[in-house]
Design a binder for this molecule. Structure first.
Ligand SMILES: Cc1cc2nc3c(=O)[nH]c(=O)nc-3n(C[C@H](O)[C@H](O)[C@H](O)COP(=O)(O)OP(=O)(O)OC[C@H]3O[C@@H](n4cnc5c(N)ncnc54)[C@H](O)[C@@H]3O)c2cc1C
Length: 482
């Protein structure tokens, strides 16, 4: 990492305790052991200070939209991480909070004997609030490391209201900001610590610190999560994530630009759940996609969607999703803070146009009717069923899924609220900056005004199930989820 980029990625507060016993890495977003800027930073400090590493990975009992689905996925990730840390001799404490408040004081107790605490920056859900509160409480240095994407969240000094302007900015700056973390940051310096006995006693590690991922949840937690969405067929964790990427990369990737919009063909990576929980880092994926890219040959930035990288069409199309669309969401969520998760963060032109059409007649469904796929639109019902059963919706259909909810709710504000609720309750990748950029996009975010003006939509881009069914291959999809 060059010093300039390190400054952009690491935000440091408090004082180093040089006579501490170890370095703590509080793993809250980049829940993996490979290609992680935060773990690399912590390992580097272990080396510099001559102190071993202690890793705390926890999950709270009661966060908003907590579910069996999310817990199982995270715990499966803990199983992979536990195995890998054990292999490397690194002290790892996976903690699954049994009931609200049980985990209070755990980080502070570990930090009492720490030289410093390293953690992740993540610009969504309750994490920014949680880290801000810890920053106030800790009496030792806290390094917050941003390993979210290729562009550090602090790098742009302006907002981006449309994808085109961010794309152009990215093209201008990406070569300079390209700083992949090392594949394996764990070294001999990180090994050899033990979790203090008092911590282990008061906050016992889940499954004695060596989960397989399939253990029952602690009883109070199981009771509090009863009735929430259940586990999905996809397994959480870095191992499944890396395997999914390899399978996609070696199998369907080269067809991505042509076939990704057809739900029947399944030509999408399916990575978003793992990316959301940090089970997979974007740099690991890009190590393959950009293997033949030479930053020194970067061309003039035009903001054009294709052709700038000088790579095959599939790579260009994939990069536009995983870089332009993914990172504009992270960057704006970071810049706008909590506001990004609210209706008023939508562009003024969209809010004005939607307000002008607020009185247009419409058919209205309740949240329950939507959640239970009880509309008169077969394709929409199938997408919602896919979401409930598998925790995901095919990428192209997700746009249609959102647009229809705008048509079926009493107001655009209610559409936003219903979409947030359905997305974050069921989607494995929900509660992410891209939850709010995707839902916001449905209502005009990062888009421009379109004509002709339509009922309900006004100048916001319009989509219908009929046109989707004409354009996309959906027959098998409908027989699976219809
Ligand atoms: C209404 C709505 C809600 C959405 N909610 C979420 C969400 O909760 N979490 C989430 O991660 N994404 C969300 N998206 C964006 C997008 O739909 C998903 O990222 C994508 O469907 C994930 O599937 P995939 O991994 O197979 O994508 P692929 O097509 O394989 O793309 C690769 C990666 O690029 C990124 N990406 C792809 N499309 C987009 C996009 N439009 N915007 C931002 N990043 C993108 C994702 O990280 C994705 O994993 C939403 C979009 C809409 C329209």
């Amino acid at each position: 990492m060059t010093p300039a980029i390190a400054t952009l990625r690491v935000y440091s507060t408090g004082d180093l305790r040089e006579d501490g016993d170890y370095v703590v890495y509080w793993m809250i977003a980049a829940r993996r052991t490979h290609y992680s800027h935060a773990l690399q930073h912590a390992a580097h400090l272990c080396e510099a200070l001559g102190k071993p590493l202690v890793v705390l990975e926890a999950i709270r009992a009661d966060s908003r939209w907590a579910s069996e689905r999310v817990h199982r996925y995270v715990i499966q990730g803990m199983a992979d991480n536990a195995a890998r840390f054990a292999d490397k001799g690194v002290a790892y404490h996976p903690y699954v909070e049994p009931s609200h408040g049980d985990g209070t004081g755990l980080l502070e107790a570990l930090a009492e004997r720490a030289c410093l605490v390293v953690t992740d920056t993540f610009p969504s859900h309750f994490l920014p609030r949680m880290v801000a509160a810890v920053r106030e409480r800790l009496d030792v240095r806290l390094d917050e490391v941003d390993g979210n994407g290729v562009i550090p969240l602090r790098a742009p000094d302006r907002d981006f209201t449309v994808a085109h302007s961010f794309r152009r900015w990215l093209q201008k700056n990406v070569a300079e900001l390209w700083d992949p973390p090392v594949a394996d940051p764990l070294t001999r310096a990180t090994a050899g610590a033990t979790i203090p006995g008092a911590v282990r006693e008061r906050w016992p590690a889940f499954a004695d610190g060596s989960p397989t991922g399939d253990e029952p949840l602690p009883a109070p937690l199981a009771a509090s999560l009863a009735g929430t969405p259940g586990p999905i067929p996809e397994r959480g964790g870095p191992a499944a994530a890396r395997e999914a990427w390899r399978t996609f990369w070696e199998g369907k990737f080269e067809r991505y630009h042509e076939d990704r919009s057809h739900p029947d063909d399944g030509v999408q990576s399916g990575l978003s759940g793992w990316l959301h929980f940090g089970h997979l880092g974007v740099h690991e994926v890009l190590a393959d996609v950009l293997a033949d890219w030479d930053p020194a040959t970067a061309r003039k930035a035009t903001g054009k969607r294709e052709g700038w990288w000088g790579l095959p069409e599939a790579s260009e199309a994939f990069l536009d999703e995983i870089l332009t669309w993914r990172e504009i969401g992270y960057i704006q969520a970071f810049r706008e803070g909590e506001n990004f998760a609210h209706y008023q963060s939508l562009p003024a032109w969209a809010r004005e146009s939607l307000a002008e059409h607020a009185g247009d007649p419409r058919e209205v469904y309740t949240l329950e009717q939507l959640a239970e796929s009880r509309t008169d639109d077969v394709l929409w019902n199938a997408a919602q069923r896919e979401l409930v059963r598998t925790g995901r919706i095919h990428n192209a259909l997700r746009m249609l899924w959102g647009k229809k909810v705008l048509q079926w709710t009493a107001s655009p504000q209610q559409a936003f609220a219903f979409l947030v609720e359905l997305n974050n309750r069921y989607a494995i990748d929900g509660r992410n900056p891209n939850s709010y950029s995707g839902i916001g996009w449905v209502l005009g975010r990062f888009d421009r005004a379109w004509g002709p003006e339509r009922p309900i939509f006004g100048k916001v881009r319009y989509m219908t199930s009929d046109s989707a069914r004409r354009k996309w291959r959906v027959k098998q999809y409908l027989s699976r989820f219809g």
